[in-house]
Write a protein that binds this ligand. Structure first.
Ligand code: FMN
Length: 169
């Protein structure tokens, strides 16, 4: 017997509305395949494990980066500072992929992927699993390098707007 669950159409709408209210940290995920660099804005990033250290990024199956991360073993997650907000626009479609990387803003990691100079945090991962689900694939990456800047503040995204974190009262 096959059990088919038909989702209530309104749940998708409610879920979208809920996720808009879900504050997220803005990152640029980067990859490199055969000398071609690519990157895109991603908020669906979270830690998975501390031992071994690992995180997950969720990429839309239709994005170019999705193909790249499937083909190549490494990717980087660059957490933007509040001053780097224009990069989020550029890497989410406002700038053509081939024009997104300004050479003076990026450093190449030994693994081959580009890391954003001056980012709030930078993590380089080796892909260890790819789990397709619906419109996206969950890429689990084992962390091979991690850097953090103690001075900068991260850029957040909530309710379709960029914002910055404030210490709670
Ligand atoms: C704030 C913000 C967060 C985003 N988060 C994600 C995400 O977590 N996963 C994803 O697949 N796309 C996400 N996107 C959408 C991609 O950045 C966008 O579709 C991008 O243009 C796809 O890259 P491409 O043009 O290189 O294919 C986000 C966009 C914005 C503006």
């Amino acid at each position: 017997m096959t059990l088919t669950v038909v989702p209530d159409e309104t749940v998708g709408t409610s879920f979208r509305a809920m996720m808009r209210k879900f504050p997220a940290t803005v990152t640029l995920v980067t990859g490199c395949n055969e000398g071609v660099d690519h990157g895109m804005t991603v908020t669906a990033v979270t830690s998975v494990s501390m031992e071994p250290p690992a995180l997950v990024v969720c990429l839309n199956n239709r994005s170019y980066l999705h193909e790249m991360v499937l083909c190549q073993p490494h990717f980087a997650v660059n957490v933007l500072t509040q001053e780097q907000r224009p990069l989020s626009d550029a890497f989410s479609g406002k700038v053509a992929p081939e024009d997104r990387f300004q050479p003076d803003e990026w450093e190449r990691h030994g693994s081959g992927v580009l890391m954003l100079a001056g980012a709030h945090a930078r993590v380089v991962c080796r892909r260890v699993a790819a789990v397709p689900y619906g419109t996206h694939t969950l890429f689990i990456g084992q962390v091979i390098d991690a850097f953090v800047d103690d001075v900068t503040r991260p850029l957040l995204y909530e309710n379709a707007r960029y914002c910055i974190s404030q210490p709670a009262a």
